[in-house]
Every structure is written in C-alpha cells, then in structure tokens.
Design a protein around this ligand. Sequence first.
Ligand SMILES: NC(=O)c1ccc[n+]([C@@H]2O[C@H](COP(=O)([O-])OP(=O)(O)OC[C@H]3O[C@@H](n4cnc5c(N)ncnc54)[C@H](OP(=O)(O)O)[C@@H]3O)[C@@H](O)[C@H]2O)c1
Length: 239
Amino acid sequence: MSQNVMVTGAGKKVGLGFNLVLRYLERGDTVVATVHKMNDGLAELQKTYKDKLIVLTMDIKDSKSVEAAAAELRNKIDHLDLIVNNAVSVSPDCDKGFFDANLDYIARTVDITAVGAMRVIKAFFPLLKKSGMTALIMNISSEAGSISKCYRTAQIDYGMAKAALNMATMNIWNTIKDEHKVNIFCVHPGWIRTDGREDNPAPLSSYEAAGILQELFESRREDFEGHRFITNEGEDYPF
Ligand SMILES: NC(=O)c1ccc[n+]([C@@H]2O[C@H](COP(=O)([O-])OP(=O)(O)OC[C@H]3O[C@@H](n4cnc5c(N)ncnc54)[C@H](OP(=O)(O)O)[C@@H]3O)[C@@H](O)[C@H]2O)c1
C-alpha cells in the first residue's frame, strides 16, 4: 500500500535524508522532502517523480517556519503515514573536548536536533492523525545519544542533542501511546558514509542504510509494546 512519507533534512544528496526520500519514491510513495532551501539534487528528482515529490522549505529552529510549512502541506495532501526526523546540526567545536569546546554553541545544536524534531511532530501531528493506518514517527537518533553507553570525550553537543531527542521521544510516547493511533521510536541508523567519501570506513552507504531503515520502520509500525530506542538491526539500545 502506498504511503505519504515526510523526511526532514533531505537536502544533502549523499546524506541519509535524501536517500530515504529516493527509496520511498522508488517504492511509489508520495514523499515530502523538507529542506532549508531547494537544491539541485531534489530538483533533479522532481524531474523524474514530478508531483510524487513535494519539497517543503522550513527552518526547524523556528516554530513559525515549521507551522507555516505544515499549513502549506495541508493544502497539498490530506494525511501523513510516516515522519522521519532526520535533520541534524552540530557546532563547529563538535570534535573538541570539554576544556576546549565553546560551550555556548551547545544550545543551538540541541535546539535544532531535538527541539526541532519536537516542533515538527507538533505541527504535523494533525496530518498523522488522519492516516488510514497506524501512523509512525521515526526520530533518527544515534548510539551517541545513549547516556548509559557513553564513552566519548568529544562531540558533547551532538551527544547531548541526541540524548535530548531520546528523552523527547519517550515523553511524546507517554503522551500518545494509549490511543494506538500514532507510534514513535528513536533509531540509531547504523554507521553510514553520509559524507559520501570513499575513504570513510563506515560500512553502509546512505542508500544502503535507507533501504535497511525502510524495512525496519514497517516492521515496527504496529509495535506498541517494545523498547523505544532501537538500532537499524532491530535491536533494543539502552537509553
Ligand atoms: N553518519 C552516521 O554514521 C550516523 C550515525 C548515527 C546517526 N546519524 C544520524 O543520521 C542522520 C543523517 O545524517 P546526515 O549526515 O545525512 O545528516 P546531515 O546531512 O548532516 O543533516 C541533515 C540535514 O539537516 C538539515 N538541517 C540542519 N539544520 C536545519 C534547520 N535549522 N532546519 C532545517 N533543516 C536543517 C541540513 O540542511 P542544510 O544543509 O540546509 O543546513 C542537512 O541537510 C542525522 O540525524 C545523524 O545524526 C548518522
């Protein structure tokens, strides 16, 4: 059955978001790709997939921008079956350790990566509720967001943002779970060559990772019992 799918942060051709968009288009779904601004990669896809691809522009740091994008989408489609919160942003000091990083950068990373996903869920929730199936929210998290497994001394902003996204996932889950109408998970998507570089040792291309996630998402759509933080291999991951 074809779906209406929305993926945030879909602008980078070698990135996970763009490749999720491509995978769902290849499956015959209607796909909403959200970006900061339109780019050549999505313009190319639009030539092939025409009105099956809707490109929405929004800044997830700004509630008004997200609400305006949701209003625009309500004029184009009547429901959503899946939202993938994929957008992320890290600070210029991401690779520095605690004593060297400018701590004033951290709030912006958390605001975009965690609160941004929350803004998206809130604004687009009415469209999810109109799905004819159990609608699904998949928050792309990271093993870096696990507090209990934390081993890093750098990437503080990134880890904090993903941990915050995980907390948001649990809070929203508690809010919506009893209705059994919309389901939600946070997902570690695997180690992926999202920079598109051949010398990147990560085992998965973004296109491969997107295919694996696509299957995982469908396998969890009706799962209202299991752990909320899962890996691309379908395993539970500790918060
Ligand atoms: N690569 C891995 O091995 C790995 C591992 C674990 C988790 N992940 C997760 O997988 C996801 C995809 O990774 P990626 O490298 O493909 O992501 P990415 O390209 O770095 O980020 C995705 C998009 O987020 C958008 N974005 C940033 N700030 C935004 C804002 N304020 N409003 C709207 N969009 C904004 C960016 O758009 P602009 O370019 O226009 O700013 C960017 O295209 C991320 O959530 C990442 O944390 C990756």
